[in-house]
Design a protein around this ligand. Sequence first.
Ligand code: S3P
Length: 448
Amino acid sequence: MSGHGDAQVMISAKSGPLKGVASVPGDKSISHRSLIFGAMAVGETKISGLLEGEDVIDTAKAMRAFGATVTRHGEGIWSVNGVGVGGFQEPADVIDCGNSGTGVRLIMGTMATTPISATFTGDASLRKRPMGRVTDPLSLFGTEAYGRKGGRLPMTVVGAADPVPVRYTLPVASAQVKSAVLLAGLNAPGETVVIEREPTRDHSERMLLGFGADLSVEKTAEGHVITLKGRPELRPQSVAVPRDPSSAAFPVCAALITEGSDIRVPGVSQNLTRNGLYLTLVEMGALIDFENPREEGGEPVADLRVRFSPDLKGIEVPEERAPSMIDEYPILSVVASFAEGVTTMRGVKELRVKESDRIDAMARGLEACGVKIEEEEDVLIVHGMGAGGMPGGATCKTHLDHRIAMSFLVAGMAAKREITVDDGSPIVTSFPVFEALMNGLGAAIRRG
Ligand code: S3P
């Protein structure tokens, strides 16, 4: 579990042109869901391409603790023998979700309408993050939660014995909250309705349909109205997990800013709820070709050819795009540093409650690297220094946040002087092969 191990200093130096193929691991969101939905189906779900990052491994352990049989057969090949909707047993010990907000929030939803109790905890980063956004709507089902001040972990959740269905409008654009409510609704009688004003990643809806749930999505003036009929019998599935577009962002952005680069990144999701970064990069003048569009694992994907882009321009990132690129702002702020002109990112305050306060972490680190930054509660503005313009030569703090660590290591590949991160150990939560993959393309990342 990240944060339980020792800090790992990592250093990234100016890199030669990146060349080759960057095959990134499986999607983290879909990996969590394949284990959780598999645990709620009756029979054997087969999974290929599962991300074997620590976040997902922690979810696999949790599913075992609730009574499912979860087996690893080979690299990325797993099976889950589920206990059925409402079939979770009470775990004998505390559930430790490590660094994973998605893991803990989805699992809380899953057990919330079963008459059992479970106590959840996580690493120092997860214990700082708000759980009220999930336990508030779960209380409408009749679920109780007892946590630390501010709705923080450790927290005990007491599942509702006689759950009632819920109609809930999301107060924040959050796929985790949406998914937690839908998962709780699975074991409530009648229809549970979730309304989201801004569309967030839709993997839960797509996968629940695949597992045989009775779910419909209506686009109305209010937003997306998602209606789920409770107490279905979920059918086991074969899930082929597509590659993670949020992980692909790191080699893609590295190639854009590293002189002479020309790489291929196969199977990058074009799902409209996930592709905001790629739209933004193209608007900035990134040289990206989207080739061979097709479906993989139920997701629209394309193969990307990405070339060094010396003429990137700063832009105003449309606010309504934020949910479709919420995890990509840290690496976008690095690319923006190598663009000409100003990049303005508004409507990004959710970044403050991720694995770290990502606005603060990026602002402080980029400033240390010589970039001018402006910051408000909900806004991050980067004054670009052009291709090769970032001075670098700093040590950046990662605050137990994998995406902050990877972002600064990518920055180091194109900055004038090398960039050090104080702790790269959280990278294993989402992208365990990051260092080897990037060095295989031509990066110069080493351990300190
Ligand atoms: C996720 C949803 C997003 C995202 C996270 C994964 C998911 O979080 O940041 O990495 O799998 O549902 P929020 O729901 O908090 O926006």
